[in-house]
Design a protein around this ligand. Structure first.
Ligand code: HEM
Length: 504
């Protein structure tokens, strides 16, 4: 036998195996793709899916969330299906309680969500389920519950308000026709405060004379591009781009690289200068965790959770103040009653006494929740309390924005801004969290809720007392940009006018 045929015989099994493996992989991929397509029902011809696919809803509604609210209002169960997205959306408080508490284990964040945000958030609390989530949740609630970290947070906010925010607005009131983009200002403000709180670092974003810090820019890019992954028709699109390192995925990789670099530097510095006497979140976690990558993931999750949410809530509050000056006057009356005439910022005890302000803050987030909707993925087949069947792997979304607009939850005046609905004999009364899941609810309720409310109220007290802030141009309903948190498209231009403090 010739040496050539010998060689052929020797290599044949390997070649055959490669061919078989390759063929099997292709058939398997095609089969998975087919199953995926079949489950998505891309051809679904029901009214909702047709309107979604043709985007014909946009002829009647400003925002997708307004269209969903309209459909949910009409649905007898308060639940709808968008078959082409394999998404069940609910505004029914009983369903919300069921998925966030009663049958919590069946509704994790799930793989689709954690894959999309995985490169940015890694194993951070926002992006994990199971044991890793439990561990971080326990540790983070202990830290956030401590008095010293709460005082540190209030001091951080107070400094930023007094030293940067008030001077900036006071300067605007006398320059540039007194007009600025309030949303941009609040985004800068909340980035400064959450960075100081999380890392003990001051990026100085509110100094408008400076260009936005490279860290803030990279963080914004990374969050925006990660959210855009969710909008591609199939995850295969962005995964392929990531593999080839092209387009938006290349940019995302660069932005995440910068975020990682900054976080690593901060952790390194903190190890050198010591962390035991510091109160920022990073220092506190460093006393129990040694793994630097894990520390980075934990802190970046906090940055994402606490930054845009607060900015979004503050922006909508002033949009509503502009439309409801009579409510602003009632808030001012309360502040004048509780604070002394020359006081710029309130302390903990005073904030606690401000029932009307608290009611107004909750009411504004009822109409404009910073997180408009939130999805989970069902692990097993299930039936929701309203009788809706949920097939395993389905995305189930609860929709706080729509829930704030349901007559059967809030009554016939649900579209009106009425802080009084939160008061009983002048005292603020908390609503059922499953009716009002603005901070989520149940087992995984927001860990920064109290901190966020304190931060917001501190800012509002200082600004409402000192300035008249009015939206410029027509007061039409906001249009939102797509993303993880509600952001007004094009910003919120406002005119800043002085409001004199009596006795000053
Ligand atoms: C108005 C402001 C805020 C709103 C409306 C809000 C809302 C929410 C919502 C809806 C979730 C659930 C998200 C999900 O599971 O997909 C959440 C989770 C979370 N929030 Fe907030 N949040 C706010 C501010 C903050 C702040 C300032 C912090 C931190 C300092 C924070 C820390 C967290 C954390 C750590 C989680 C994850 C909890 C867990 O998974 O167990 N939030 N928040």
């Amino acid at each position: 036998m010739s040496s050539e045929s010998c060689f052929w015989l020797q290599t044949m099994p390997t070649k055959l195996f490669s061919i078989l493996f390759f063929t099997f992989t292709i058939i398997f991929s095609l089969f998975s793709f087919l199953i995926f397509i079949l489950r998505m029902k891309p051809w679904c011809n029901c009214d909702v899916c047709r309107s979604y696919l043709k985007a014909s809803w946009a002829q009647e509604f400003n925002n997708l969330c307004d269209w969903y609210s309209h459909l949910l209002r009409k649905s007898p169960t308060g639940t709808i299906h968008v078959h082409v997205l394999r998404n069940t959306i609910t505004a029914n408080p009983e369903n919300v309680e069921y998925m966030l508490k009663t049958n919590f284990d069946n509704y994790p964040k799930g793989k689709p969500f954690s894959t999309i945000l995985g490169d940015l958030l890694g194993r951070g609390i926002f992006n994990v389920d199971g044991e890793s989530w439990k561990f971080q949740r326990k540790m983070a609630s202990l830290e956030l519950g401590s008095l010293s970290i709460r005082s540190y947070a209030l001091q951080t906010v107070t400094d930023e308000v007094q030293l940067r925010l008030i001077p900036l607005l006071a300067k605007t009131e006398s320059h540039d026709d007194g007009v600025l983009d309030l949303q941009d200002v609040f985004r800068r403000f909340s980035f400064d405060t959450i960075c100081k709180f999380s890392f003990g670092l001051d990026p100085g974003c509110l100094k408008l004379s400076l260009p936005v810090s490279s860290f803030a820019f990279a963080f914004d890019e990374a969050s925006r591009l990660s959210a855009e992954r969710a909008m591609t028709p199939s995850s295969m699109v962005w995964k392929m781009k990531r593999l080839l390192n092209i387009g938006s995925e290349k940019k995302l990789k660069e932005a995440i690289g910068l975020v990682n670099h900054m976080a690593e530097e901060m952790i390194k510095q903190r190890r050198i200068i010591g962390f035991s006497t510091r109160n920022d979140l990073l220092s506190r976690f460093m006393s129990s965790i040694n793994d630097d990558k894990y520390l980075r993931d934990i802190v970046v999750s906090f940055l994402l959770a606490g930054r845009d949410t607060v900015a979004s809530a503050l922006t909508s509050f002033f949009y509503l103040m502009s439309q409801n000056p009579e409510i602003e006057s009632l808030i001012r009356e309360e502040l004048d009653r509780i604070m002394n005439p020359v006081q710029e910022v309130a302390n903990f005890e005073q904030l606690r006494e401000m029932h009307y302000l608290n009611a107004a803050v909750h009411e504004s987030m009822r109409l404009y929740p910073p997180v408009q909707f939130d999805s989970k993925f069902s692990l097993e087949d299930d039936v929701l309390p309203d009788g809706t069947f949920i097939r395993r792997g389905t995305r189930v979304t609860y929709h706080p924005y729509a829930m704030g607009r349901m007559e059967w939850i809030w009554g016939p005046d649900c579209l009106e801004f009425k802080p009084d609905r939160w008061l009983k004999d002048g005292v603020f009364v908390q609503e059922c969290p499953f009716k009002y899941p603005v901070f989520q609810a149940g087992v995984r309720v927001c860990l920064g809720k109290e901190l966020a409310l304190t931060e917001m109220k501190s800012v509002l007290v200082a600004l409402v007392r000192r300035f008249d802030i009015r939206v410029v141009g027509s007061n039409k309903e906001p249009r939102f940009a797509p993303g993880l948190t509600a952001t007004v498209r094009g910003g919120l231009p406002v005119r800043i006018e002085p409001k004199l403090i009596r006795g000053k």
